[in-house]
Design a protein around this ligand. Structure first.
Ligand code: DQA
Length: 141
């Protein structure tokens, strides 16, 4: 089973960026743990700060992978193009946010991704990515 985690802008700074909101662990460190916990999966990771690169990646893998776990960062709240890309592909997308966006500023309460996502996991910290994997696995059973 092929699953990819796609992280959007500023998520390359996890570990350094606003640790009180996003924790002090790097994603690379967490990703190693995810691989160890899910050895029977083909787990991939892609991060970009550029909206077009995220869309290109969705197009590239969205007809062959079994699941996409997408944290689009701030593009969640702004990008119609990202929403259209998710609608255009076949692979189910689980939207993940590390922080509880609904407990934060008003502009974070709206997501262009949510209406086209298969599921949404919000505010569970990095563990949200693992919860998304377990859910994608359950879809295959
Ligand atoms: C985020 C929440 C977004 O509002 C923010 O722009 C991010 C990270 C999260 O994971 O909590 O970059 O997606």
């Amino acid at each position: 089973m092929k699953i990819i985690i796609i992280n959007g802008p500023n998520l390359n700074l996890l570990g350094k960026r606003e640790p009180s909101t996003y924790g002090n662990r790097t994603f690379d460190d967490y990703f190693k743990e995810l691989i160890a916990q899910n050895r029977d999966l083909d787990l991939y990771y892609f991060q970009s700060n550029a909206e077009g690169d995220l869309i290109n990646k969705l197009h590239e893998i969205g007809f062959s992978f079994d699941g996409i776990i997408l944290n689009a960062g701030a593009y969640t709240h702004t990008s119609v193009a990202l929403r259209d890309a998710i609608s255009a592909i076949q692979t189910p997308v689980i939207e993940v946010h590390i922080s509880n966006v609904h407990a934060r500023e008003e502009f974070r309460h709206h997501s262009y991704v949510s209406a086209v996502a298969k599921g949404i996991i919000v505010g569970c910290g990095l563990e949200g990515y693992n919860l998304a994997i377990q859910y994608l696995l359950s879809l295959k059973k």
